[in-house]
Design a protein around this ligand. Structure first.
Ligand SMILES: CC(C)(COP(=O)(O)OP(=O)(O)OC[C@H]1O[C@@H](n2cnc3c(N)ncnc32)[C@H](O)[C@@H]1OP(=O)(O)O)[C@@H](O)C(=O)NCCC(=O)NCCS
Length: 379
């Protein structure tokens, strides 16, 4: 029998490699991130969400023709079935992440490929989900505000269409590009908690709707996608840059964590943060609200002593303020993360199926042994 002392336990599966992947490369020490071999900085600056999604799903940058076909497929799949609209109305008072998770689960019932777990059908379902998730998020937002959901645009790009369905008005090119870049930066990130959850579900030979539903559940937590919501709340509480130092000191003294800081893999700055920082700076200046950028930078200054321990800003630190400045309420921050992450989840699901194995680690039992069973009337 194996005793507890003989087994090395890796709590949280920290630094455990469980699979090979062609999805993304992360160098946590250098702060380097590649999607399918391409540097995130190049993609953030030059690509679009549609092109990046194609890259993730097909493993290569598309030609113009390939991109046009893919883009048309994304646009064609934006509608959601009427019964799913009913589901959204029924649960409309819940947190948008709970609504999204419930609606994605419900979509399985209406998907023409639901019984087919083959490669092509899974890809079709992943693309459909990528198109449908923005519709769910924005339809729910309309319904909870007593408005009729806007029909998805047949012409706007992914990010512009999201903003259009969110507000009912065509967004400026600048706003659409900001969100487009945000979606690119959130599109894929290896075996993070939600993608790993999706892989565990596929490991049992279940289907992509189940995997994405479970991925959404994992993403909702404040240690994962929920952090952007926390950062905005923190910025609002701090109120002015001069108060950041004391706020951070207080929070840490009470054993709290500064949201938007720290990462399981990165020991250097999260490379995705650079682009969002620049966007926050420019946007808050352009909108005449430079204090948001100043507050965030004051928090970074207050966290400087932690940088020596490898605790730096992560992707969520700047994202929340961008959404806020675009007029998006805090509880939609995680759903927006999910909109961006759909191609990454789909890729992880496809990879898992291709070389599938049940994911089933073990735990060391530390409870009592061989207790005598006492009948209920003798306890
Ligand atoms: C992301 C996160 C969950 C990673 O957790 P992890 O890999 O398990 O790291 P640990 O919890 O082991 O943290 C290591 C040490 O750094 C400290 N630390 C990590 N993140 C911190 C933060 N945001 N603020 C203050 N201290 C932090 C921990 O307290 C711990 O200190 P200790 O060794 O003295 O106990 C964690 O950094 C966190 O909670 N961050 C805030 C939430 C967030 O921004 N999430 C988005 C991630 S993209």
């Amino acid at each position: 029998m194996t005793t507890t002392s003989e087994v090395a336990i890796n709590r949280g599966l920290r630094d455990i490699y469980f699979e090979r992947t062609q999805s993304s490369f992360i160098d946590g020490r250098e702060g380097k991130l590649l999607y399918r071999g391409y540097n995130i900085h190049d993609l953030a600056e030059h690509s679009t969400f549609e092109e990046t999604a194609y890259l993730l799903l097909y493993g290569k940058l598309p030609t113009r023709q390939e991109l046009a076909v893919f883009d048309a497929e994304l646009k064609r799949n934006r509608e959601i079935p009427a019964p799913v609209h009913k589901v959204i109305e029924t649960v409309k008072d819940a947190h948008p992440m709970d609504v999204l998770r419930t609606a994605v689960s419900a979509l399985a019932a209406f998907d023409p490929d639901v019984k087919d777990k083959g490669e092509e059908a899974t890809l079709r379902k992943g693309i459909r989900l990528t198109s449908q998730v923005p519709t769910i998020v924005t339809a729910h937002h309309a319904v909870r505000n007593g408005r009729r959901p806007a029909a998805p645009s047949k012409t706007l790009g992914h990010a512009a269409n999201f903003l259009y369905m969110f507000s009912g008005q065509e967004p400026s090119q600048r706003a659409a590009r900001l969100l487009d870049k945000d979606f690119i930066l959130h599109a894929e990130h290896g075996s993070n908690a939600s993608a790993f959850t999706a892989r565990v579900v596929i490991g049992t030979d279940a289907d992509i709707h189940g995997a994405v539903t479970a991925g959404l559940a994992a993403l909702a937590g404040p240690s994962h996608g929920g952090a952007a919501e926390g950062v905005m709340r923190m910025a609002l509480e701090i109120g002015e840059p001069e108060k950041a130092q004391a706020y951070v000191k207080n929070l840490l003294a009470g054993g709290g964590r500064v949201m938007g800081f720290g990462h399981r893999v990165y020991r250097a700055e999260d490379p995705r943060a650079r682009h969002l920082r620049e966007d926050v700076r420019r946007l808050s200046e352009e909108m005449g609200e430079p204090r948001w950028y100043s507050i965030l930078e004051a928090v970074v200054e207050a966290m400087k002593p932690y940088a020596r321990r490898g605790i730096h800003v992560n992707v969520d630190f700047y994202a929340g303020v961008i959404y806020h400045l675009l007029g998006i309420p805090e509880d939609l921050f995680v759903p927006i993360f999910a909109v961006g992450r759909l191609p990454g989840w789909t890729l992880q699901v496809l990879e898992q199926y291709r070389n599938n194995i049940l994911i089933r680690p073990r735990m060391v039992y530390t409870g009592p042994m061989d207790l005598p069973y006492v009948p209920i009337d003798q306890r």
